[in-house]
Design a binder for this molecule. Structure first.
Ligand code: HEM
Length: 139
């Protein structure tokens, strides 16, 4: 390995690769800007409160723990199940795809490798689909 690189091969979490809390904060900010502006996201923007500050904080905290970093969501708000947290919203294919579109566009402008962007979008597609399935009564 190159002399001045840290020997952390195999031990880097997705949390660290995504820039820790600073990087994830930027990703979530871009995600909610997209939700506010993309016509496809209007349907899911309307499910959120007018002020997105708390939604931004919750998603940032959740993703920190989910990606292998500190479990900030649980520390601040207690236990969470993602499908359970979304049961009260009508989320079908259109809503799932709108959420993932906001995330895809947010990832596109982060200083991440293409591998990391692809990995994160694929990883997030799993709970997004589970939310849809639970809401549709398929699970
Ligand atoms: C499938 C499409 C999804 C839609 C349409 C959606 C929509 C929403 C809405 C409307 C809220 C409530 C916002 C608020 O009260 O501030 C919410 C909360 C939340 N969402 Fe999603 N969401 C989706 C998928 C996801 C996924 C995949 C994750 C995580 C990987 C996630 C993480 C969260 C978290 C952590 C909260 C806060 C829950 C709480 O207040 O206890 N969401 N979501």
């Amino acid at each position: 390995m190159a002399g001045n690189e840290q020997d952390d091969s195999g031990s880097t979490t997705p949390y660290e690769a995504a820039g820790g809390i600073e990087g994830i904060t930027k990703l979530v900010e871009a995600f909610y800007v997209n939700m506010d502006t993309l016509p496809e996201a209007k349907v899911i923007r309307e499910m959120h409160p007018p002020d997105l500050a708390e939604s931004r904080r919750k998603l940032t905290y959740f993703l920190c723990g989910w990606l292998g970093g500190p479990r900030l969501f649980q520390q601040h708000y207690g236990p969470i199940s993602i499908p359970g947290a979304h049961k009260r919203f009508p989320i079908g294919y259109e809503e799932r795809d709108a959420w993932l579109l906001c995330m895809q566009r947010a990832l596109a402008i982060q200083p991440y490798s293409n591998e990391l962007k692809d990995y994160l979008l694929a990883a997030l597609s799993i709970p997004a689909e589970r939310v849809r399935q639970v809401n549709a009564g398929e699970l």
